[in-house]
Write a protein that binds this ligand. Structure first.
Ligand code: ATP
Length: 258
């Protein structure tokens, strides 16, 4: 028998799969992943989100989902859903015991009854570890979206992340800058807390597309904490529009209509 990398498999019934990744933790990856999923669903696509953030699953909280998923007669997991988006999360399944986590990851990748989806968004764990490699090697991804804040320490890790995906032949759809600008709610003065154009500069240096900028705004954080993300709760707000602009660029790249 030939030994080597495992063969990549599509996910049954799912037309497109993108991953959202970051080099560093806490830069807003899950918030971007869920708002992108909801934005693309708002363009009348059937969307699911797979939370593969093994040690810090956020999607149950972001979608206000708590129940344990049921299984079908084949033993496949049936996703939960909220705001029209189907969701499956490591957070529904396990604690933090590594062997169990890796087994659960296989179940999440290959044994979920998604039904027909136009797009599955995978929320990756931060960094460049085993989970990212496993997903890159086992799943046919249309591409990965990298998110970073504009300060150097995050950008160094974003580069590492991008390099890892390139090495394993996963196309990079582009980079999103998060939390670069804070607009004072009283005087509208703009403050670039972590620097202004760090992600744009890095994307140019790396020859990657710049997909847009999401401001640092308390509303984004609070609505996420309530399990009511800004794209569904305040769809006409500036913040929601920023996520929708990024979503449109991604949809164009993977040939999804908007
Ligand atoms: N643009 C933003 N404005 C304000 N707060 C934000 C923004 N983006 C994310 N946050 C907040 O920052 C925190 C971290 O965000 P999030 O959980 O999405 O990051 P992450 O990169 O997925 O983290 P982890 O490494 O835990 O997976 C959360 O409290 C979230 O609400």
């Amino acid at each position: 028998m030939r030994r080597g990398l495992p063969t990549k498999k599509p996910i049954h019934g799912v037309k497109h799969i993108i991953a959202v990744a970051s080099g560093k933790g806490g830069v807003g990856k899950s918030t971007l992943a869920i708002n992108l999923a909801l934005a693309i669903a708002s363009f009348r696509h059937r969307v699911g989100i797979l939370d593969a953030d093994v040690f810090g699953p956020s999607i149950p909280r972001l979608l206000n989902l708590k129940a344990e998923p049921q299984t079908n007669e084949k033993g496949d997991l049936i996703p939960l859903a909220n705001f029209g988006v189907k969701a499956m999360s490591m957070g529904f399944l396990v604690g933090e015991d590594l062997p169990i986590v890796m087994k659960a990851l296989q179940q999440l990748l290959h044994q979920v009854q998604w039904g027909e989806l136009d797009l599955l968004v995978i929320d990756m764990p931060p960094g460049t570890g085993d989970t990212q490699l496993t997903i890159s090697q086992q799943i046919v991804l249309d591409g990965v979206v990298i998110v970073s804040t504009p300060q150097d320490i995050a950008l160094v890790d974003a580069r590492k992340g991008a390099n890892m995906f390139t090495k394993v032949n996963v196309p990079i759809l582009g980079i999103v800058q998060n939390m670069s600008v804070f607009v004072c709610p009283n005087c509208q003065h703009k403050v670039h807390i972590f620097g202004q154009n760090g992600v744009l500069k890095t994307s140019k240096e790396m020859g990657l597309d710049y997909l847009g900028d999401i401001p640092l705004d308390a509303d984004i954080c609070e609505l996420s904490d309530f399990g009511t993300p800004v794209v569904v709760t305040k769809p006409d707000s500036f913040n929601a529009q920023c996520y929708k602009e990024v979503a449109k660029k991604i949809m164009n790249k993977i040939n999804l209509k908007n």
